[in-house]
Design a binder for this molecule. Structure first.
Ligand code: DON
Length: 568
């Protein structure tokens, strides 16, 4: 970490410090007149900043960013998917679940052949992979409750970007090429996305029309009328046929839920409840890490011992995830018992500091996994942490003809059959079985850490099951390792999820890395599986004066902006 960076995130000598945290917000910082956005691309960051500058609050900016990303970040930004929004407005935490739901005709065995084997790709590619989209309803509901600017004004920048076009960044074109391959060639993604090329202005006129309907009619511009007709007509094209009906669209509702709230090392944690597994998993990881401070004492960041200990925590958490977590409207999730300190102390008690616990010994502990994230804070101390997704890059590859947007492949987040891993390699059973109207279990973890009630660190990430471990590592880096935000976000990340057995997914060890780490982990019995990058964090922190600081993740094309705006 650079000295400059360390200073940026460290409290001055006179500031009150929470024990073990090298970062403090002085009293009175809450009235700061600055807002900030951390988004996955520059165009959406500019859109968010314009809303804040015009006096919009964090929720207004979040809505405009989400709609802009549906245009400028088609691989994950969406109106054809769903997501979660964690917020803090006027000091009160809230959570909005606008996750996709299974169509009414969905069945527990819809992806299985007669012999019970899972049909390769059906939950991932094409019409049948899509859940009923939740994004437009979610953004509308957030606006109804918290918005201060007119809805049409928040949709307008997205319409202009779709109509007038923009230069597609190289990374976006590269991901399109990868997705074309994965989705089975040129018959997917529709003519427009297939034709997108670097150096050529990318215009999306059908999407501009769809967004115009949404601007004028609100959710009826998506869930009824022309857009709904186009979605239903799309279901009949190609094989296998899709099953989303007009009734499914008309019935879709977003849900206000109580966020998972906890305290950790003197900070407030506000994060995602079921149907996300993320918040419970994050609280379990943070709590167990603190309960085992004895094991972590003196262990250097990202050393083999450190990675092993973190993997041991992850193992236990992912075993619980597979067994107990699912849509709470369909499955009783034992939230309190999973977060109980005594339970977590027992669970973390068996960790051997030197050797991995044998995978079969880690059972669920109670008796008996493309996505994008952005964070916003406004000058009044309100914050929004939003992760939304169409699941895989470019979702199911299905572009709704005439409407110009991509449908998700979120159905793959259900367990297609007990114990069969999804695309992120995570498994599940009855808790996450498919049922009509049910939401698939998610790992999305939009999180807000507060200090003295004010937003202190607003963050989240894409990455399927890696989201949980990514958010956990960034928080641990900032709080336990006193890294400045940029270093905490940039640091090498790794991931373990119980299965595949003893496998640690890791980013390449950088040039400064200790060469012994890989050898030591291998000697302990771990298999290291390299992966280009783990997560893409969009985080906003606070410097010692209480002003926001942003740290775009160097892994992708994230952007951060800070502006002085009038407090509202
Ligand atoms: O909800 C989930 O957990 C997944 N559908 C998220 C997908 C994702 O993060 C893909 N991003 N790289």
């Amino acid at each position: 970490m650079s000295e400059m960076g360390r200073r940026q995130f460290l409290a001055g000598s006179g500031a009150a410090l929470v024990p073990g945290i090298g970062l403090a917000v002085p009293a009175g910082a809450q009235g700061s007149r600055t807002g900030a956005v951390a988004t996955p691309d520059t165009l959406s960051a500019e859109v968010g900043m314009a809303v804040l500058r015009r006096g919009g609050n964090a929720v207004d900016a979040a809505i405009a960013i989400a709609l802009a990303l549906a245009v400028t970040y088609p691989e994950a930004g969406n109106i054809g998917g769903g997501g979660f929004m964690t917020g803090l407005v006027r000091g009160r935490p809230w959570f909005l679940d606008y996750r996709e739901s299974a169509p009414r005709a969905a069945t527990e065995t819809m992806y299985q052949a007669a012999d019970g084997s899972v049909m390769d790709g059906w939950s991932l590619v094409g019409n049948l992979a899509a859940g009923v989209p939740g994004t437009v309803r979610g953004l509308w509901d957030a606006h109804r409750r918290f918005g201060t600017r007119p809805w049409g004004e928040l949709v307008e920048p997205a319409i202009a970007l779709a109509r007038d076009g923009f230069d597609p960044p190289a990374q976006m074109v590269r991901i399109r090429d990868d997705a074309q391959r994965d989705l089975g060639g040129a018959n997917r993604l529709g003519g427009r996305f297939n034709a997108m090329a670097a150096g050529q202005v990318f215009r999306q006129p059908e999407l501009a029309d769809t967004l115009t309907r949404i601007a004028r009619q609100g959710p009826d511009g998506f869930y009824a009328g022309e857009t709904a007709d186009l979605i239903v007509a799309q279901m009949a094209r190609g094989m296998p046929r899709g099953i989303i009906t007009a009734a499914d669209l008309a019935a879709y509702r977003a849900r206000w839920r109580r966020p998972i709230e906890g305290r950790w090392r003197g900070l407030g944690v506000i994060t995602a409840p079921p149907p996300s597994s993320g918040g419970i998993a994050l609280m379990q990881l943070l709590t167990m890490k603190a309960l085992r401070d004895d094991l972590f004492a003196g262990v250097p960041h990202n050393s083999s011992r450190y990675i092993h200990l973190m993997a041991e925590l992850c193992k236990r958490v992912f075993a619980d995830r597979a067994q107990y977590l699912g849509d709470p409207d369909y499955w009783q999730v034992p939230v309190a018992r999973l977060l109980d300190r005594a339970y977590l102390a027992r669970r973390a008690g068996g960790i051997d500091p030197l050797r991995p616990s044998p995978t079969p010994s880690i059972r669920p502990g109670l008796e008996r996994p493309q996505t994008t994230h952005f964070s916003v804070v406004d000058g009044a101390g309100n914050a929004v942490s939003n992760t939304y997704t169409i699941n895989g890059w470019y979702g199911s590859g299905v572009v709704v003809e005439g409407a110009g947007f991509l449908l998700n492949n979120e159905m793959d987040d259900f367990s297609s059959a007990p114990g069969v891993p999804n695309q992120f390699g995570v498994v599940g059973g009855a808790a996450n079985a498919i049922a009509p109207g049910k939401r698939p279990l998610s790992s999305m973890t939009p999180t807000i850490l507060t200090r003295d009630g004010a937003p202190w660190l607003v963050l989240g990430s894409p990455g399927g099951s890696r989201i949980i471990t990514t958010v956990f590592q960034v928080i641990a880096n900032v709080v336990d390792h006193q890294m400045d935000l940029a270093s905490a976000v940039a640091a090498q990340r790794f991931h373990h999820q119980l299965l595949p057995e003893d496998t640690i997914f890791t980013e390449p060890f950088g040039s400064g890395a200790d060469p012994r780490v890989e050898a030591e982990l291998t000697a302990m019995g771990y298999r290291l599986q390299m992966q280009d990058y783990v997560g893409d964090v969009a985080a906003i922190g606070r410097d010692v004066s209480g002003s926001p600081i942003v740290a775009p993740d160097p892994r992708a094309r994230g952007a951060g902006r800070i502006a002085t705006v009038d407090a509202r």
